[in-house]
Design a protein around this ligand. Structure first.
Ligand code: ZN
Length: 524
């Protein structure tokens, strides 16, 4: 037989075999960390029609065979605290993909899409990873209360907000979020939140809160969250748990004790955390929210009044002192669109450049000037590693990035968007030994899936969706730093989302199998 014919025959034979394969994909010989927190075990994992078909010794063949010898196989990571609404515009979401995230929850800190049905339709099967969403309190309060927010809603406005939460839950939201340091939610009283949380509770949603304080007022803030959980009969999540400002450092144990007392009372309170001692939000949060009420135009007018401005400066100095600081050196500009040369520099450095002085008055002048000119995002170095590891040691702490989809090279964002979940393994498992690998995986898989009711996700069990990772636990890790944030995590060999390969031998292949994860209650 001519040689060419032999090769052609073999080719035909192989395609015939592929058509007759028992499974779509078989991952062979890996160490399976199934997401429960139980010890790893050796097994093959077979996938068919998007789901995990078999875990154990797999005799049949896969159309695609993945050799996982020397690697671990885990469920894809679930990142419950993100601000990645921009996935609609950047569907590859490579920063999430490369750090092992296969599902995200958006709509956090009170800000969400207002029409979730439309948003879900826009992204379903058109993005790389799965997306669930909360409905944001600030979003609906703004829509229901017109332009004037420093007040309680009328009965009619509250009814309108209730209706919006109900519609969002019917459209598949996984719960309600608040951002109580942000406008306009900061003006709401607890009663308003309880009323809205009751609606989310009827649909088995969760209440996730960026609390009123993460510094001196944190104990009162947790009491408020407990009241919402108790009176609305709802699961509650403390978003990005932390202790901000040196004045509060060392009190993580007290915070955890308060949460434990609440749990002993029967309240289902959990928390998430990112793996960094710096936070990130708008630089304008350095200015008291009461001073920022209304439009930017109104703020510009008020700041022209010397008496009003002098009082504001006094307030800012007092607030700073209350956090145990005497300078804004901890605050670094991440993105100031008016002048990108600011990005990556801290407030005193910029004050010196702009005004020739880094006095506190010049620093405040700079903060106000950026706000007047459209605002900036910032990175704030305000936590202690000791508190971070204490929070991380608690078994109910999930690991979540607080990030959006990143665009390589764009501004100087917090590195968490590129590294967070990988860092949980490289730094807090491998280097510092705060968590066992199996436990770190549980905090990013079955724990968040259970708290946010993401059905059939977060475990390597037969019948579950095949969101899977294959990586070498000795090399998987984060590279992004504060100085060089635009670096993908390294060491992820394979990722499957809904059974479809998204990362193939370390490279993202452009597949977009991600789905809208509508809350199970929505289809009832
Ligand atoms: Zn937040």
């Amino acid at each position: 037989m001519p040689r060419t014919l032999t090769i052609a025959t073999l080719g035909l034979l192989f395609s015939a075999l592929a058509i007759g394969a028992d499974y779509d994909v078989v991952i062979r010989g890996g160490r399976v960390i199934d997401g429960t927190g139980n010890p790893a075990f050796f097994a093959d994992v077979a996938i068919k029609d998007g789901r995990i078909a078999r875990v154990g010794r797999v005799e049949g063949s896969g159309e695609r065979e993945i050799d996982a010898k020397g690697k671990v196989v885990t469920p894809g990571f679930i990142d419950v605290h993100t601000h990645a609404e921009n996935i609609a515009r950047i569907p590859r979401a490579e920063n999430f993909v490369r750090m092992g995230v296969t599902s995200i929850v958006i709509g956090n800190c009170g800000g969400s899409e207002s029409d979730l049905a439309a948003f879900f339709n826009r992204i379903d099967k058109k993005v790389a990873i799965n997306v669930a969403s909360l409905i944001g309190h600030n979003t609906i309060r703004r829509a229901a209360m017109g332009g004037n927010f420093d007040r309680q809603p009328t009965a009619e406005e509250l009814e309108k907000m209730r209706g919006m939460v109900e519609q969002a839950m019917k459209d598949g939201a996984v719960g309600l979020s608040t951002g109580l340091i942000y406008l306009p939610g900061t003006y709401s009283k607890t009663d308003e939140i309880v009323e809205l949380a009751k609606v989310a509770s009827r649909f088995d949603g969760i209440y996730a809160s960026h609390m009123r304080s993460e510094g001196a007022g944190i104990f009162n803030a947790i009491e408020e969250l407990m009241r919402v959980a108790r009176e609305a009969n709802i699961r509650a999540q403390i978003s990005h748990i932390k202790l901000s400002g040196n004045a509060m450092w060392g009190r993580a144990t007290e915070v955890l004790e308060l949460i434990e007392r609440a749990r002993a009372e029967g309240l289902d309170i959990t928390q998430d955390q990112y793996m960094y001692t710096a936070s990130s939000t708008s630089m304008s949060t350095l200015i008291p929210s009461s001073a920022r009420e209304g439009t930017l135009e109104e703020f510009r007018k008020r700041i022209g009044d010397p008496t009003w401005k002098a009082k504001l400066i006094e307030d800012m100095k007092r607030n700073l002192k209350n956090t145990g600081r005497d300078s804004y050196a901890y605050a670094v500009v991440a993105n100031y669109s008016k002048d990108r040369s600011y990005n990556g520099k801290n407030v005193p450095t910029l004050a010196k450049e702009k005004y020739g002085s880094d006095s506190l008055d010049s620093q405040i002048e700079l903060v106000l000037d950026m706000h007047v000119n459209g605002g900036a995002s910032g990175v704030f170095h305000g936590m202690s590693e000791d508190d971070l590891t204490r929070f991380l040691s608690h078994p109910n702490t999930m690991i979540a990035s607080d990030s959006g989809v990143r665009e390589p090279g764009e501004a100087m964002p917090h590195p968490r968007g590129y590294g967070n979940s990988a860092r949980a393994i490289s730094r807090y498992t491998r280097e510092l030994g705060v968590l066992r690998l199996e436990d770190a995986v549980r905090r990013m898989t079955s724990l968040p899936a259970s708290a946010f009711r993401l059905a059939h996700r977060g475990l390597i069990h037969e019948g579950y969706w095949a969101d899977l990772l294959v990586f070498d636990p000795a090399t998987f890790g984060d590279l992004a730093t504060y100085d060089k944030p635009h670096q993908y995590a390294t060491g992820l060999d394979w990722m499957l989302v809904n059974g479809v390969v998204v990362v193939d031998r370390g490279e993202q292949n452009g597949a977009l199998p991600g789905r809208a994860l509508r809350h199970a209650a929505a289809s009832r």
